[in-house]
Design a protein. Structure first.
Length: 149
């Protein structure tokens, strides 16, 4: 049942992205172009999502646990660090240049557009390389700190 609802939620989310136009890079770039031909329509999409999330999170987090899990998986880290800031900057630059972020990019695979498929492939490769680099740096720092003991 958990897998069914995960699949259903993913399909519903993807359909929402497609219907709202968030999988259209030209529409997203138009929204980000506040100094040029600004298209404010995605602000309504984002505002609607924020409104629903704000009310539903308050209600949902009063529950002892999610329906299909034993516990809520919420972020515990509260501080800003260079990884978060750099990652957010890279994400924003990529979003502004390509007009897509990971969710809409994956939802757009169904269009079988060559440029979108290349973007998703680059997204996967870049994420894998960054993850491998982060793991290597983390292991290196741990072994260096253990050698200092």
């Amino acid at each position: 049942m958990r897998n069914f609802f995960s699949l259903f939620s993913g399909i519903l989310f993807g359909l929402g992205l497609a219907i709202s136009g968030m999988v259209n890079p030209d529409k997203v770039i138009g929204f980000l172009d506040v100094a040029g031909k600004w298209d404010p329509s995605l602000a309504l999409v984002m505002g609607g999502a924020l409104l629903i999330t704000a009310f539903s999170f308050h209600w949902i987090l009063k529950r002892p646990a999610p329906i299909f899990s034993d516990l809520f998986h919420l972020p515990t880290k509260k501080d800003l660090d260079s990884r978060l800031i750099n990652g957010a900057a890279i994400f924003g630059i990529g979003w502004g240049l390509a007009g897509l972020c990971p969710g809409p990019a994956l939802a757009s695979i169904g269009y079988l557009d060559k440029n979108l498929l290349i973007f998703v492939l680059a997204l996967v490769v870049g994420s894998s390389l960054a993850n491998g680099l982060f793991l290597r740096v983390t292991v290196s720092r741990r072994s260096t700190s253990e050698d200092d003991k």
